[in-house]
Design a protein around this ligand. Structure first.
Ligand code: CP
Length: 334
């Protein structure tokens, strides 16, 4: 049984098939691929796009979605194997995953890091535990990666460039300022999928402390070797933007300061100028801009960039609906 935990677990031809299916769903929204089927959407963190698009996607294919928020409208869950459960958790993931598997045909999980100890968070324990104990396929709705966002992003780029072949495009993944230290998930994912698609990728960030976890740098290096693209890290804004076809922005916390965010704050405060603005976009090859959303306007990107016809963030957000229908359909029919 196949899960959808990371795109790196799926072959390139499987990902291409998902993207082709998503394009079909975009042309024709209503189907019966999930008729009589159900999906549990387990949210440990807030969402606008993911919740809406998964719920509506299931509905539009004849299925039904149940949203659960452990600790709010569902019991708090323990994930430690062998844990003596005398804290807040009322039930164990073993029972949760097995019981949900008796009711539903798919389980989606959103579980952000706890932001205390990266060596713990990088194990992706919540998602991995659901996958280990469920007897139905599990979908990553964003944990320490965001594979559904990856597919929606690629789909938007393919639509913009009018081709499924993105090889050779100059792609900049730029860190941006945000007042809080955020999850690296979308950055890990952007790096993974951009290299997978054979693009010439620059990871632009303020200092070496903002380089991503070695696991994702290694995935990117492997993807480059297989796809024929390239990967470089840059701290030079003008050089990175020069001639870019794609600018993708995200903010994230520096991993060496993980859990010590007060110590990181004065450092990140020095790099507010990483905001994506019209002057930087003017350096590109008439490049497109995108972001996973939510986005703080005039902090991460200016109004001028967001309202420009070169901004495809809304297309990318729409595509979440279509790619997730493709993922749900593929997992249901395996
Ligand atoms: N991009 C994304 O996952 O949006 P939400 O956090 O609103 O679901």
């Amino acid at each position: 049984m196949k899960h959808f935990l990371n795109t790196q677990d799926w072959t390139r031809s499987e990902l291409d098939a998902l993207l082709a299916d998503a394009a079909r769903f975009k042309r024709s929204r209503i189907g019966d691929e999930l008729k009589g089927k159900s999906v549990a959407l387990v949210f440990f963190n807030p969402s606008l796009r993911t919740r809406t698009s998964f719920e509506l996607g299931a509905f539009q294919l004849g299925g039904h979605a149940v949203v659960l928020q452990p600790g709010k409208d569902a019991w708090p869950i323990e994930f430690g194997i062998g844990a003596r459960m005398d804290g807040d958790a009322e039930e164990h993931i073993i029972e949760v995953a097995k019981v949900l598997s008796r009711y539903v045909d798919l389980i989606g999980v959103r579980a952000f890091p706890k932001f205390v100890d990266w060596s713990v968070d990088r194990q992706d324990q919540v998602l991995r535990s659901f996958a280990a104990h469920a007897t139905v396929p599990v979908i990553n709705m964003e944990t320490i990666t965001h594979p559904c966002q990856e597919l929606a992003h690629v789909m938007a780029l393919q639509e913009h460039f009018g081709t499924t072949d993105l090889r050779g495009r100059k792609y900049v993944l730029t860190w941006t300022y945000h007042p809080k230290a955020l999850n690296t998930a979308v950055a890990n994912s952007a790096l993974t999928i951009a290299t997978r698609m054979g693009m010439d990728v620059t990871l632009l960030c303020p200092t070496p402390d903002y380089v991503l976890d070695q696991r994702y740098m290694d995935w990117a290096a492997r993807n480059v070797a297989e796809s024929g693209g390239s990967l470089q890290v840059s701290h030079d804004i003008a050089a990175a933007y020069a001639g870019a076809d794609v600018v993708y922005a995200k903010s994230w916390g520096a991993l060496p300061y993980f859990g010590q965010w007060e110590a990181e704050k004065p450092i990140r405060d020095r790099y507010r100028h990483f905001i994506v603005d019209e002057a930087k976009m003017a350096l590109t090859n008439d490049g497109v801009f995108s972001h996973c959303l939510p986005l703080r306007r005039n902090v991460k990107a200016t109004d001028g960039v967001m309202d420009s016809p070169r901004c495809i963030a809304i297309d990318e957000a729409e595509n979440r609906l279509h790619v997730q229908k493709a993922v749900m359909s593929a997992l249901i029919s395996q």
